[in-house]
Write a new protein. Structure first.
Length: 105
């Protein structure tokens, strides 16, 4: 994944910065992304995910045209998502979980 993974992380961080939310921890996996996002409660989690997927998908296709051969329908990201909120567990627990995902590959 190399260059694409690096650029995807950079893109996600830029999108977050441009839109007023923060990605505290992120791991790019071969077929999904883990991200711990902090945002003002006025932002719905789904709206944040939509921004990340939409903008990064367009930018990745422009920067890496070879992706069009692999993703013929013009979508890098699967439409399904999972997101949850941190309540009873600590931020440190979530951050540690995400960081450990890369080790499980």
């Amino acid at each position: 994944m190399g260059d694409i993974e690096t650029r995807c992380k950079e893109m996600f961080l830029k999108i977050a910065s441009d839109n007023g939310f923060e990605i505290r921890v992120m791991e790019i996996m071969p077929d999904h992304v883990h991200a711990f996002i902090t945002a003002h409660p006025k932002y719905a989690p789904g709206a944040l995910v939509k921004k990340l997927k939409g903008q990064s998908g367009r930018w990745l296709f422009m920067e890496f045209p070879e992706l069009a051969k692999r993703f013929r329908h013009g979508h890098i990201w699967n439409p399904s998502t999972y997101y949850g909120t941190v309540g009873d567990i600590s931020r440190e627990t979530v951050e540690r979980y995400i960081q450990m995902q890369k080790d499980k590959e």
